[in-house]
Ligand binder design. Structure first.
Ligand SMILES: [Zn+2]
Length: 103
């Protein structure tokens, strides 16, 4: 029987964008760096790097991170998702993960 003790307890800390994630055997580095104007973030499959344009608004950086995570999944799985689907999934992942932290 699975022990579900504490499974629904919000985590004590707030979400922090990690410096790397592992996806399907790859290490995807995550950096903040100045990008072109109006670009919130990028994922480069050549370098396996997610870049996030620094923002004074933490939630924008966080949503950008989750958007780029979905871009990684779309790339590695060759799912061919339309960009509006990638955007929607990023928005919802951002909200779901924050809800795990009680936000
Ligand atoms: Zn995108």
């Amino acid at each position: 029987m699975r022990d579900l003790t504490g499974c629904c307890t919000p985590y004590p800390n707030t979400f922090q964008i990690p410096s790397y994630i592992r996806v399907g055997g790859h290490v995807i580095t995550v950096v903040r760096k100045q990008l072109d104007q109006n670009v919130f973030g990028t994922f480069d499959p050549e370098t396996m790097e997610i870049a996030i344009n620094p923002s004074s608004v933490a939630s924008i950086e966080e949503e950008t991170f989750w958007h780029e995570v979905v871009e990684v999944l779309n790339c590695l799985t060759e799912a061919g998702l339309e960009h509006k689907s990638i955007q929607s999934m990023g928005v919802f992942l951002h909200q779901i993960i924050n809800s795990c932290y009680g936000e």
